[in-house]
Design a protein around this ligand. Structure first.
Ligand code: ZN
Length: 481
């Protein structure tokens, strides 16, 4: 057959078949569950109700109010467990995975298909019906740094400044000054934001919702705009005394869990300080220290404020006890350095060191008790002989092992010495003249005994520039900056 066109046609047909075959095979062989590009979001607003209690809520009324005003709204009830008894016609998103559901069921992206989301507390009604649209316009017209628009729910809002320091494990609120962009708002609020911003938060719906959102948004530098002259009507819920009591109990537990998840151990605000870190009844916040470098330093963080507080309390207690027994003691090592530098524990230090005269040990009942093993005093502090060497250790409590170390020295030919050493470069013998006489230095809120001429002693122990040039305890392992 001499027909070049026929050959060409046959070849083309074959090629088409091969391509079709490859395409079909490719479609079928895509691994299940592979991430597809996130679908485009449509205009509109999804209402998310996260702030409610399953035991006493107004979800049916809220649903009704919002849908009557805006029938096209999608309303999601977000909860660990669905309301019980069940409420008909609610779209409940379960935030905890359950074994029979696909993993995507707990992802917000699976449920939210609009560009904007409104976070609405229980008890709120939508009135007037264009209030959400006004918030959307305010967000659209806001400066680029503003990522959240807030409107009061049942009352006015306060514009707050919020500073979150991961290094210090703290969130600090204060009233914003005139002209300052809010970092958070005080009071029940409806929050409107872009869905993608909400998806970007690692804890998008942690409770208490507003403080969790604001701490995360503050870390991203997002501002909050209050929609002036606008307020959603709201009936506070739960309404019964018993319901409110249960609500407060639950909120306290949620707040503690969320703050720990967000690495916040202390929240300061106009209403006072709230602590979420270690206490006498818990273990301390970090594990055994290896190479003089506690784990949090590797994370770019300093000593959690709860731990510094417990160290200060232990130190004050130890000093009070030693002074009552006339035991001569003095600030040693990093604690003396902290006293010289900032009259406090160095913010990344993890213990307090005191030197004592070995011959004075017998004067103190607690130290005598510790010599034979360990002793728990009337305030719950644990006095014991350290297992690591020839020194004493006073722990904050039986469960919280934050501690003050007491190093017994004795004079030999005018030099203060010990029988065992830690091997740390600053742990060296020194002339007894530094202790004759002792002087008083302010340290961590108390008047503590310290060597005289302490700056000279510090140079001897840590080197010439140790006071002006702070460095982590073991620069060979981890340097500052
Ligand atoms: Zn702590």
């Amino acid at each position: 057959m001499r027909c070049p066109l026929c050959h060409l046609l046959i070849a083309l047909t074959l090629l088409c078949n091969v391509l079709l075959l490859y395409y079909t095979w490719h479609l079928n062989s895509r691994p299940a569950g592979r991430l597809s590009p996130s679908p485009a979001l449509s205009p509109g607003i999804t209402v998310i109700v996260r702030e409610f209690r399953t035991f006493e809520h107004g979800l049916a009324d809220l649903n009704h109010s919002f849908l009557r005003a805006r029938p096209s709204l999608q309303i999601l009830i977000a909860s660990e467990a669905p309301p019980y008894p069940p409420v008909p016609r609610l779209h409940v998103v379960r935030l905890h995975p359950s074994p029979e559901q696909p993993g995507s069921a707990v992802r917000l992206e699976s449920h939210i298909h609009t560009r904007l989301v409104a976070l609405v507390p229980d008890g709120t009604s939508l009135d007037p019906s264009d209030l959400l649209d006004r918030m959307a316009r305010a967000l659209r017209d806001a400066p680029s740094g503003v990522r959240i628009v807030a409107a009061g729910a049942g009352g006015p809002l306060r514009c707050l400044h919020l500073n979150v320091s991961l290094r210090a494990w703290t969130a600090e609120y204060r009233a914003a000054v005139a002209g300052e962009t809010c970092g958070a708002v005080g009071g029940p609020a409806v929050l409107l934001m872009r869905s993608r911003d909400l998806f970007d938060l690692p804890f998008p719906l942690s409770r208490p919702l507003r403080s969790a959102i604001f701490i995360q948004s503050a870390l991203r530098g997002w501002g909050v705009k209050i929609l002036e002259g606008a307020k959603f009507p709201r009936t506070p819920l739960p309404a019964t005394d018993h319901g409110r009591w249960k609500d407060e109990q639950a909120e306290r537990a949620e707040e503690a869990a969320t703050m720990r998840a967000l690495s916040v151990r202390l929240v300061r605000g106009p209403e006072g300080d709230r602590w979420y870190g270690c206490s006498k009844d818990t273990p301390r916040c970090f594990g055994t220290v290896v190479g003089e470098t506690p784990e949090y330093l590797y994370e770019g963080r300093w000593t959690p404020p709860c731990c510094l507080r417990a160290l200060r309390a232990t130190m004050a207690h130890v000093i009070k006890t030693l002074e009552a027994s006339n035991v001569r003691y003095w600030l040693e090592g990093g604690s003396l350095l902290g006293a010289a530098r900032l009259q406090d524990i160095i913010p990344w230090d993890y213990d307090v060191d005191l030197g004592i005269y070995l011959e004075d040990v017998g004067l103190c009942p607690e130290l005598r008790g510790a010599q034979g093993g360990s002793l728990i005093d009337s305030e719950g502090f644990v006095w014991e002989r350290a297992v690591e060497g020839d020194f004493f250790r006073v722990q904050y409590s039986q469960s919280n092992h934050l501690h003050v170390d007491l190093w017994p020295f004795y004079p030999r030919d005018g030099v203060m010495t010990r029988d065992s050493w830690t091997g740390h470069p600053q742990d060296i013998e020194f002339p007894e003249t530094f202790l004759r006489p002792l002087q008083t230095l302010p340290f961590a809120g108390v008047a503590a005994q310290a060597p005289n001429n302490h700056l000279e002693l510090l140079k001897l122990k840590f080197g010439e520039r140790s006071i002006e040039e702070p460095e982590y305890p073991n620069p060979a392992v981890l340097r500052m900056g």
